[in-house]
Design a protein around this ligand. Structure first.
Ligand SMILES: CC(=O)N[C@H]1[C@@H](OP(=O)(O)OP(=O)(O)OC[C@H]2O[C@@H](n3ccc(=O)[nH]c3=O)[C@H](O)[C@@H]2O)O[C@H](CO)[C@@H](O)[C@@H]1O
Ligand SMILES: C=C(OP(=O)(O)O)C(=O)O
Length: 434
């Protein structure tokens, strides 16, 4: 288990380029299974989760060629279906959450798919019902081996149908869209997730010959086609990393320019950081965050305490709430952070409280942060990163804190943030990997 040793209290300065988006990359990589032709993907981030999925695809028989850093050609001509029953498959597929999206493409193209309990963050219950309910509606037979925690779906053919998803699951929508793209006839998906990465997946599928309309809305129409062909696809900048950099700049009083952010895909994210009082300026496709002495949290119009909560897109992404929470600890004013989707994602606040932050964990979903307006600095401590976004939040806290902090279990951070120590050290941070 590797750790970061951080000497905090340094102001950072400079430009940073966001990596390609982790959660888009995971969808797009699964999509290569839909065609025997070559698919070129650019701007893939070099992070643990993406590399695990690339290795899984390779173990399944997908031919992979690296063109240059971040660009790979994938060809799923000969997929080894027998491999899907092996222990090696179970081990690799359960190593990340994103692998769950191989189910839709495998079912559509080969008539069967298997999945062990997927990995990913331990942030509460993460059910897959929505995925399988959709696939069953398309005509799949479903089996769950509860002893082995192993899911199986099989179908001789899939047929388009109307599906009203019980929740706007991101990976669930991706699975159902990919299966429906090769089903016979028309599928309608209502209450579909519609975040930018799903829009990107639909765009990629359309470039492969799929017929998907309604992209960007929660009502998707998919006219099934017989086969899909190869394409070129470029991954968007990672909006969660961009939000993390905005939070980092504010918290450490740093002047940072985040380059080429793909601003039009950021939705409500800049607005939410602005409500915390953080100044940020759009400069072309860059975001400039000036060094700020202090920032004051807005209230609601009637003067009551602001709430920041998550919601399916176009609402605020749950993956940035931990960052909002940590940044609020040094703001002027108070905010209620309400994590509606996941029930175990706020427990990391204990560590922030140990560092001196003023937070009341009201219940597993809600925490009230009373900003300290820099009257007192956080102090460095030893801590362990419980999940990817908490990990980065703790890193931000440590960079702003007085003295030395040590964060253990940084694999959690590395699974989603490429060379984060090197990139932040280039801006003047003092992070050592030990
Ligand atoms: C690999 C990947 O892409 N992971 C992302 C994906 O996970 P993932 O696709 O697993 O998450 P889902 O969208 O399925 O749902 C996340 C959680 O939110 C709940 N839920 C979801 C929709 C809804 O309308 N109401 C509701 O309460 C679900 O019950 C679940 O507990 O989307 C999540 C929600 O944006 C992100 O946190 C994850 O980073
Ligand atoms: C929860 C996340 O990832 P995963 O779904 O891969 O666990 C995340 O990216 O914040």
């Amino acid at each position: 288990m590797a750790s970061f040793e951080i000497h905090g209290g340094k102001k950072l300065k400079g430009e940073v380029i966001p990596q390609g988006a982790k959660n888009e990359a995971l969808q797009i990589l699964c999509g290569v299974l839909l065609t025997p032709e070559k698919v070129t993907i650019a701007n893939l981030p070099d992070i643990i989760d993406v590399n695990k999925l690339i290795n899984l695809l390779q173990a399944m028989g997908v031919k992979i060629e690296k063109v240059e850093k971040g660009t790979y050609i994938f060809q799923a001509k000969d997929v080894n279906l027998d491999y899907l029953k092996t222990e090696d498959f179970k081990e690799r597929a359960s190593g990340l959450r994103g692998s769950v999206m191989i189910i839709g493409p495998l079912l559509a193209r080969f008539g069967k798919a298997f999945m062990p309990k997927p990995g990913g963050d331990k942030i509460g219950r993460r059910r897959l019902d929505t995925h399988f309910e959709g696939l069953i509606k398309l005509g799949a037979n479903f089996n769950f081996d509860s002893k082995e925690h192993f899911y199986t779906v099989e179908a001789k053919k899939l047929e388009g149908i109307y599906i009203h998803m019980d929740e706007a699951s991101v990976t669930g929508t991706a699975n159902i869209v990919m299966a429906a793209a090769l089903a016979k006839g028309k599928t309608t998906i209502y209450n579909a997730a519609c975040e930018p990465y799903l829009q990107q997946l639909c765009t990629m599928l359309n470039n492969m010959g799929a017929k998907i309309t309604g992209v960007g809305s929660n009502l998707l129409h998919i006219e099934g086609v017989k086969e899909l062909k190869g394409c070129y696809h470029r991954i968007l900048p990672d909006m969660i990393e961009i939000g993390s950099f905005i939070g980092l700049a504010a918290m450490t009083q740093s002047e940072i320019t985040i380059k080429d952010v793909g601003y039009e895909h950021l939705g409500i994210i800049p607005q939410v950081f602005k409500r915390l009082g953080i100044q940020l300026e759009r400069r072309g496709d860059d975001i400039f965050v000036p060094a700020q002495e202090s920032y004051e949290i807005d209230t609601f119009i009637d003067g009551s305490i602001l709430t920041v909560s998550d919601a399916p897109w176009p609402g605020f992404t749950p993956d940035l709430l931990s960052i909002i929470l940590v940044v609020a600890t040094q703001a002027k004013g108070s905010v209620l952070v309400h994590q509606k989707m996941f029930e175990s994602r706020l427990f990391f606040v204990d560590k922030l409280i140990d560092m001196g932050a003023q937070i009341i964990l009201c219940d597993p979903h809600r925490a009230t942060v009373i900003g300290m307006d820099r009257k007192t600095n956080l102090r460095g401590i030893q801590m362990t990163s419980p999940d990817i976004r908490a990990g980065v939040s703790l890193l931000i806290a440590a960079l702003s804190a007085e003295g030395k902090s040590v964060i253990h279990n940084i694999e959690q951070i590395d699974r989603g943030y490429q060379d984060i120590d090197i990139r932040l050290n280039n801006l003047g941070a003092d992070i050592r990997r030990v």
